[in-house]
Ligand binder design. Structure first.
Ligand code: NAD
Length: 499
């Protein structure tokens, strides 16, 4: 069996802690490789390397740094299939979906090619008599990122592309469940011309994360993952004096008003609820039809669509709708929550509990589930399931529907389906959630806008990608300059011998 490595100082480095964790092929359930788990000493070594490499990178002018990003985009396109295959193999998502994972990261790299423009400072000419004032954006130094399993290409790129474009060094601690793609990204950055040691990948678990959080030479921490860990990292990182942004879990509601196009809404719900087996922080996990008649018609349209979903391994072709979940533990958790829904009185309209994937009986496949008549006190409503399970909460009115989303502790994304512009406008204005879709089920903003939730889905101030990322990965210095009046007798026109 293959042992994976770290990527430090431009080279693949074996783990020296003696600790490993198994990486699975979720489609077969087999252990595919072992991922090394770094010790504090290994993390400290990476920080030392990054600290030594960063000043020269920061001194490289922004346009040259942007050229590395340009080349990186070319290489990502060249190796798209290879990267997507590595993602599907360890994560389980379908091949087209894995390409989407790379593509949405690549788009942020494209945005970062604009770094010279985004890093331009501000200037006030004549702020006082003979005084000019200017502000410049300077890199933070050594930054670190801790990323989740569900987007092993996109989220690392959302972090390291702006960090590097701003002149920082970056240490990535990717998810230990699918660590191959992040290493490939670091190799490609080096092939694109990034100096050694500026981007490193250190695999690990809590020990490596804590070492990064406590290290005095780490200036900032970016985290994406579940809410309890986000909260922990935010607290510990901030108290260590770092700049920290932590993106957490989700429970995204989609509200369907009686005037909505229900075929459109049902298609949207099936894609947003079951795509990637529900393992997306922007997945829709709660459908809120308004009125009994809307609910009955919606369920009627959803059931055949859900029953027709094709589940399978990524090798089974591009028409597979979703693959297995990431681990046996994830499968167990999802099925446990489904059981709690049944026990607490929700109506299981589509029951995927007995689903078995022929030929892949040991894989971590979970069938699609649809619940109706879910109420806010149930565990399946309160908790993030992160699986192919959609819950329907019937609301009597628009106010009741918006109230559900307003009151839920998570606030990552939400959507409203309606033909009523006034209702959509009211919803977008009043809702306390970071990303809102109007007849769009998964409103992930494009690279030049910013991504981030509210409430317990986000701890910090500045969002991911877009202009916010250039603020997060730089700090401002403002210079006030007065130049004493010089000698102004004009130019010398006569050739004079040197004194
Ligand atoms: P996770 O919280 O288990 O792990 C995320 C990272 O934290 C991993 O790198 C992991 O090694 C590390 N980690 C885990 N336990 C730790 C601990 N005790 N101390 C320190 N570090 C620890 O999350 P996951 O299962 O990999 O990802 C799924 C979660 O991520 C879901 O909750 C999902 O909603 C969320 N997510 C959020 C966003 C967003 O932008 N808001 C995006 C993607 C995923």
């Amino acid at each position: 069996m293959q042992d994976l490595m770290h990527f430090m100082n431009g080279a693949h480095v074996e783990g020296s802690s003696g600790r490993f964790t198994d990486v699975y092929n979720p489609a077969t359930g087999e252990v595919a490789s072992r991922c090394p788990l770094a010790s504090t000493a290994e993390v400290n070594q990476a920080v030392q390397i990054a600290k030594a490499a960063q000043p020269a990178w920061a001194a490289t002018n922004p346009q040259r740094r942007a050229r590395v990003m340009m080349k990186f985009v070319q290489l990502l396109n060249r190796d798209m299939d290879k990267l997507a295959e590595a993602i599907s193999r360890e994560h389980g998502k379908t091949f087209p979906d894995a390409k989407g994972d790379v593509q949405r990261g690549l788009e942020v790299v494209e945005f970062c090619i604009g770094a010279p423009h985004l890093l331009k400072g501000e200037y006030t000419d004549g702020a006082g008599p003979g005084i000019d004032m200017y502000s410049m954006r300077q890199p933070l130094g050594v930054c670190a990122g801790i990323t989740p399993f569900n987007f092993p290409a996109m989220i690392p790129m959302w972090m390291f592309a702006p960090a590097l474009a701003c002149g920082n060094a970056f240490i990535l601690k990717p998810s230990e469940r699918d660590p191959s793609c992040p290493i490939m990204l670091a190799e490609l950055m080096e092939e694109a011309g990034l100096p050694k040691g500026v981007l490193q990948v250190v695999n690990g678990d809590k020990e490596a994360v804590d070492a990064l959080l406590d290290h005095e030479d780490i200036s900032s921490i970016g985290f994406v993952g579940s809410t309890p860990i986000a909260q922990y990292i935010y607290g510990r990182g901030c108290s260590a004096g770092k700049r920290v942004q932590c993106f957490g879990g989700a429970k995204n509601h989609m509200i369907i008003l009686p005037d909505a196009d229900l075929d459109l809404a049902a298609d949207a719900l099936v894609g947003a609820g079951y795509g990637a087996a529900g393992e997306r922080c922007m997945a829709i996990s709660v459908a809120v039809p308004v009125g009994e008649e809307t609910a009955d018609r919606l369920i009627e349209k959803l059931v055949p669509r859900i029953e027709a979903l094709k589940v399978g391994p990524y090798t089974a072709g591009d028409d597979v709708d979703f693959g297995p979940v990431v681990t046996a533990a994830a499968k167990e958790k999802i099925l446990g929550l489904v059981q709690s829904g049944v026990d607490q009185g929700a109506e299981l309209v589509v029951d995927g509990r007995k689903f078995a994937m022929q030929g892949y009986e040991d894989g971590f496949f979970v069938g699609a589930h649809l619940f109706d008549r879910v109420t806010p006190d149930m565990d399946i409503y309160r908790q993030e399931i992160f699986g192919p399970v959609l819950s329907t909460v019937r609301a009597g009115s628009y106010e009741e529907a918006i109230g559900l989303a307003l009151d839920h502790e998570m606030g990552n994304g939400t959507a409203i389906f309606t033909r009523d512009g006034d209702a959509a406008r009211d919803f977008a204005s009043r809702i306390n959630i970071g990303m809102v879709g109007v007849n769009v089920p998964i409103p992930v903003p494009l690279a030049y806008h910013t991504f981030g939730g509210w409430k317990k889905s986000f701890f910090g101030d500045l969002n991911q990608h877009g202009p916010d990322s250039f603020k997060f990965y730089t700090r401002t210095k403002t210079v006030t300059a007065r130049w004493p009046s010089g000698i102004k007798e004009g130019g010398e026109f006569n050739f004079k011998p040197m004194d």
